[in-house]
Design a protein around this ligand. Sequence first.
Ligand SMILES: Cc1cc2nc3c(=O)[nH]c(=O)nc-3n(C[C@H](O)[C@H](O)[C@H](O)COP(=O)(O)OP(=O)(O)OC[C@H]3O[C@@H](n4cnc5c(N)ncnc54)[C@H](O)[C@@H]3O)c2cc1C
Length: 583
Amino acid sequence: MDNYQAPLRDFRFLLEDVFDANQLWERLPGMSGVSTDFVRTVLEEGARIASRELAPINHSGDREGCEWADGTVTTPQGFRQAFTALGEGGWLSMNGNPDYGGQGLPKMLTVLIEEMFYSANTSLFLYGTLTAGAAYCIESHGTEAVKRRYLPPLYDGRWGGAMAMTEPQAGSDLGLIRTRAEPQADGTYRVKGTKLYLTGGEHDLTENIIHLVLARLPDAPAGTRGLSMFLVPKFLVDERGALGRRNKLRSLSIEHKMGINGSATSLMEYDEATGWLVGEPHQGLATMFTMMNYERLSVGMQGLGLSAIAVQSAGAYAQQRLQGRAPAGPVHPDESADPITAHPDVRRMLLVQRALVEGGRAFAILVGRELDLVRYADDDDEREQAAAFVGLLTPVAKAFLTDRGLDCCVLAQQVFGGAGFIVETGVEQFVRDCRIAQIYEGTNGIQAQDLIGRKVLRDGGATLSAFVDRLRAELPRDARHYAATTAEFDRLIAVTADLIERCEQDPNLAGAIATDFLELFGYTVYAWLWARMDACAGADEFGQAKRYTAQFYFDRVLPRADALVRGIRADSNALMAVPDAMF
Ligand SMILES: Cc1cc2nc3c(=O)[nH]c(=O)nc-3n(C[C@H](O)[C@H](O)[C@H](O)COP(=O)(O)OP(=O)(O)OC[C@H]3O[C@@H](n4cnc5c(N)ncnc54)[C@H](O)[C@@H]3O)c2cc1C
C-alpha cells in the first residue's frame, strides 16, 4: 500500500474552525507571521512530500530492512535521498529556533506534518524525529558555542541525532545505568559503556550522527540522581564546524525486529569516546527529559499516523469488497452481493476507527496548543499553567494515542478479512510498525505511572482540576453534547478525589489502577473534543460526517469509561493478594 492521501480538509477544520488557531497565533509574539494561507501551503506541501517521496518507499523499505556489516549500517533503497529531501525542504527544522536556522513554526501545525510523515513512512521519519529531538535538547541546554556548531547541520539534515539511554540491565529503570564518563584535562570526557536498542545510532543517511548519552561521572551518586548527559558525535567537530577524526563509538550489531524494519536499531559501544557535558552534572535525566518529552508526543503521533493511514485503507477496501447481504435487505440487488459497509459489524469497526483517529488528531492539536503557549506566551502565569498542562497531557498523548492507534490498525486489518493478513495489501505492516510505539520512549505502563503519580497525586489533583475547568469554559452551553461531556468531567473529578484519598491508605493502589485511569482521562478528553467538533461542524457533507461520528463516539465508544470507573473503584487486592509463585 504505497498510496497516501493526506486528510487536509480535516486539518483545516481542526485548526481553523475547532481551535481557531489563527486567533492564538495573532496574539503570541513571534507567531504573527503565521497566516491561514501560509499554514494551508505548508500542509499541502507536507502532503505532497508524504505521498510522493515517503509513501512510495514505505513497503519496499520494510521488505528490504537495514543491513549491518563491520560496524556500518545500510538503510533501504531510496531512504538516503528521501531523508536529504526532508532536510533540504526544512522539514526537520520546523520547530527549531530561528536564531540558529530553525523555522519556529507552531506545534499545533507541526504535529499534523508529523502525522502525515508517520502515515507515509514511519521507519524513515523516525530518523528525522530523533534528529529534531536531539536538536531541541541541545537548543534548550547547550552553550552558545555548542548551539552554533551543532544546530544548523542538525536542522538541515546533514547530521542525524540519537538518544542513548537504554542498557541491557537498565530499561524502564534508568537508575541502573552503568556507562561512565571520565573528565579530561581539556574539559572533555571519555565515555565508556554499552547502550542497547538505539534508534538511528548508526546509519548511512547523514555525514555525522550526534549521540546524546546518559552516563555517570566518577563521583556520581547511585540511581537517577547520578546521571549526566553527554554529547558524543560520531565524527569530532572543530570550532568552525568541520568534521575531524572518527570518534570511538561503534555499532556492534542491529536488531531483527517485528516492525519498523527500515529504522536501524543498534547495539552501540562507546570505547572511551570523546564527549562534552551538556547541562549540569548529575542533572542528566532532567536534561534528557527535554528530548524524551519531545519524543513522547512524537511517538504518540506515530500511533496516530499509522492508524490514520490504516483507517483510510480500510474504508476504501470496505466500499468495494462485496460479501453477503445487508440485514434489512439488499442494498445493491443488481450486484452479486452488497459491499461489506452494509453490515452493522463492519460499520462498527470503521466508525470506532474514525472516532478514535479523528479524536486523536484533535487531541494532538490540543497538546500542540499548550506547547505553543509554553514557548511563546508573554504572560508568565499563562506559560506556567500551560507547562503544567503539557506535563499532564504528555503521558496521555504517548500512551493513549499509541494504544488506540494499535487498536485501530488491528481493526483496519480485520476489515480486510484474510487479505489483511497478506503482506501485499500492506495493512499488516501498519500493525507491525505501530506495535513498538506502545513500548519505547517509556512503556505505556510507565506513562500511566507518570500520570497518576507525578502529575495527579503529587499536587492533589490541582493541575487536572484546572485543566478540566479550562475545557469546561471552552465548551458552549448550547453544544449538543454539552450535558454528556460535563457529566464525564464531573465523574473524572469525583473519581480523582476519591483516588487521592484511597491511595494514602493503599501503597499499591496507584500502580494497580494507573492504566485504567489514563484511559478514563483519555476517553473523557475525547468526549470534550467530539462535543467541540460536533458544535463547530458545518451544514455540508463533511460537517454531517463529523456529527454522525460524534454521535457514535458518545453512544458506542464513551461507555468504555463506565467499565474503567468500576475497575478503578475496586481495591488493589485483586492484584496484590495473588502470590508471586502463581506467575
Ligand atoms: C525498536 C526499539 C527502539 C528503541 N529505541 C531506543 C532509543 O533510541 N534510545 C534508547 O535509549 N532506548 C531505545 N529503546 C529502548 C526502549 O525505550 C525500552 O525498551 C523501553 O523503555 C522498555 O525498557 P525494557 O525493554 O528494558 O523493559 P523493562 O523495563 O524490563 O520492562 C518490562 C515490563 O515491565 C514493566 N515495568 C518495568 N518497570 C516498571 C515499573 N516501575 N512499574 C510498572 N511497570 C514496570 C514495563 O512496563 C514492561 O511491561 C528502543 C527499544 C526498541 C525495541
